[in-house]
Ligand binder design. Sequence first.
Ligand SMILES: Cc1cc2nc3c(=O)[nH]c(=O)nc-3n(C[C@H](O)[C@H](O)[C@H](O)COP(=O)(O)OP(=O)(O)OC[C@H]3O[C@@H](n4cnc5c(N)ncnc54)[C@H](O)[C@@H]3O)c2cc1C
Ligand code: FES
Length: 267
Amino acid sequence: MNKVDLRHSAPVVSNTRICTDHYRLVLQEDRLASATLPGQFVNIRVHNREDLILRRPFSVALVKPEQSLFEIVYRVVGKGTSAMTDLQPDDVVNLLGPLGKGFRIPKKATNCLLLGGGCGVAPLWGVADKLYRTNSKMIVVLGFQSSAMVFGEDKFQAYGADTLITTDDGSYGLKGFVSEHLGKAMDRQIDRAYVCGPTPMIKAVTPILKQANVACEISLEAYMGCGFGVCLSCVVSVRNGEAIEKQRVCVEGPVFRLEDIVLDHET
Ligand SMILES: Cc1cc2nc3c(=O)[nH]c(=O)nc-3n(C[C@H](O)[C@H](O)[C@H](O)COP(=O)(O)OP(=O)(O)OC[C@H]3O[C@@H](n4cnc5c(N)ncnc54)[C@H](O)[C@@H]3O)c2cc1C
Ligand code: FES
């Protein structure tokens, strides 16, 4: 079997600020735009920064195969993401991908709940795009710290999703965390749920989703070294039948089934 080459050089199409601290980076690369599933990620080498040896992982937010385009949304948190804000159209980004396992999308129309927080909102665009094509009904609940950090609501609305925004300080939408307002969505018929967000959000929503007995997949974050299965820096505890074993977020994940995830306090 031929080994697939995961290395790519992708020209920048645009790199725009979409809220206080998030940027949307649109790149052009045919194979990535065609082959990446929602929830998979790319590992980016930060340009012009020889000191940043490790690549940085980012979930692919959306693909547009017919235009050979794909996009990521990144939050500026440190050296790598700060340097990425300098990227200009026609600069070339060196990256590896698509990496990891993505969300499973049913072939038939389904009632779906999408839960996102912070930069975890963006990968759900790709989920919504696929579900839209199956005529699925979507309710989307998104959490942000404040109004200045809200982004992406219009994307979900364009896919016909009922969209509920929460902010921690109540400066936009409903005041409080996603978990506090989840009941409003759970009143509806929900067959599947897709979750992507920070670990505290995941910890808060999992008991509610477990109780509702909804088929659910969750994208986990971890500190990554290599991004392709070698360094073991990203392992988490996962259930496999009766056993609990270590699995790599970069290879076996980042998307895991809710029932397989073992949170810190459960080990
Ligand atoms: C599978 C996966 C998908 C991701 N998708 C996205 C995405 O779509 N958009 C996005 O903005 N970010 C995403 N991240 C997080 C992103 O990789 C980090 O924010 C980024 O690597 C930070 O690089 P930096 O050089 O700017 O920060 P550094 O200078 O390396 O660190 C600055 C700060 O960021 C924190 N940090 C660094 N790496 C991570 C990490 N992996 N998780 C949480 N905190 C981290 C550090 O603790 C530190 O406080 C993802 C991470 C993973 C593992
Ligand atoms: S990041 Fe190296 S094994 Fe996952």
